[in-house]
Design a binder for this molecule. Structure first.
Ligand SMILES: Nc1ncnc2c1ncn2[C@@H]1O[C@H](COP(=O)(O)OP(=O)(O)OP(=O)(O)O)[C@@H](O)[C@H]1O
Ligand SMILES: Cc1ncsc1CCO
Ligand SMILES: [Mg+2]
Length: 271
């Protein structure tokens, strides 16, 4: 029945499914994010493995249920591992998620992201400045932090989704997700989230966990990951009022929040 299937695709149901499956996700992420992203994944209910060496990255992509690639602290060795793992995941039909951190900042990063896009990511997740510039437009971001609003990135996100045949998620105060045809906003979170480094990078890894759980539904998987962050972030923001204590409370709430609590607030709305 239509109602049952809609119910089973709600963020809470997907969270329950991910926790049940505890999927193994390979993350090639940056030095800043590595520890917090692994802890965030464990709290959310997925099994992270930070495996990036070119000697083993492709082989490991054969074992993991999904891959995430983040260019935050790029170097030639990491880049080799990223390309090989992305190619292996793509060829095996496994979902892989690209986080193009500050890709606009240097020629090296721009070239790296172009090469990675050739391996057809399933999902691209970035902040507004990253998504606007990835679509070839001018943005105000300088480094890893966004200087643009999510609203100003929506057209770019739709264009990118169609160009690359993928889901695009733009995060910020009010998240936006599109596959080029459907589009939603995800509401919630806390203004303290951008004050804790690498929460966006960690979210990219969590999208990998949801996509591993539901590989044929990357749009719903992405929305569920964002809804989980929005929910835990909003609850953590009620208890903590500065970045350090917020980070701790957020991690606890990622583990404690129930599927019903995630779905209790209508935070996914049509765009
Ligand atoms: N002002 C805000 N209010 C509520 N939630 C926010 C706000 N800014 C960011 N978030 C949330 O923070 C999380 C990370 O998104 P953000 O856009 O800050 O990532 P990012 O810039 O890539 O971060 P990083 O590069 O540090 O990993 C998302 O869940 C997003 O919804
Ligand atoms: C601060 C920082 N620098 C490179 S990656 C990273 C983590 C947030 O994107
Ligand atoms: Mg980022």
């Amino acid at each position: 029945m239509a109602d049952d299937s809609a119910q089973s695709l709600k963020p809470g149901a997907l969270l329950a499914a991910m926790r049940q499956k505890n999927p193994l996700v390979q993350n090639i992420t940056n030095f800043v994010a590595m520890n917090i992203a692994a802890n965030v994944m464990l709290a959310a209910g997925a099994s992270p493995a930070m495996v990036h060496s070119p000697e083993e990255a492709a082989e490991f992509a054969g074992i993991a249920a999904a891959l995430t690639v983040n260019i935050g602290t790029l170097s030639p060795d990491f880049f080799d591992g990223m390309k090989q793992a992305a190619e292996a995941a793509s060829e095996a039909g496994k979902p892989w998620i690209l986080d193009p951190v500050a890709h606009f900042a240097t020629a090296y990063r721009r070239a790296a992201v172009s090469a990675l896009l050739e391996h057809r990511p399933t999902v691209i997740r970035g902040n507004a400045s990253e998504i606007i510039t990835l679509a070839g437009e001018h943005a105000s971001g300088q480094g890893v932090d966004s200087g643009d609003s999510v609203a100003s990135a929506q057209a770019a996100a739709r264009a990118l989704a169609i160009r690359h045949g993928c889901v695009v998620a733009v995060t910020g105060e009010r998240d936006f997700v599109t596959d080029g045809h459907r589009a939603v906003h995800v509401l919630g979170g806390s203004a303290l989230m951008p004050k804790v480094t690498a929460l966006g990078c960690s979210l990219t890894c969590v999208i990998g966990g949801f996509a591993a759980t539901m590989p044929d539904k990357p749009f719903e998987a992405t929305v569920a990951a964002l809804a989980l962050f929005a929910s835990a972030g909003e609850l953590a923001g009620r208890d903590a009022h500065a970045p350090g204590s917020f980070a701790v409370r957020f991690l606890d709430l990622l583990a404690e929040v129930t599927p019903d609590a995630v779905d209790a607030v209508a935070r996914v709305i049509p765009a």
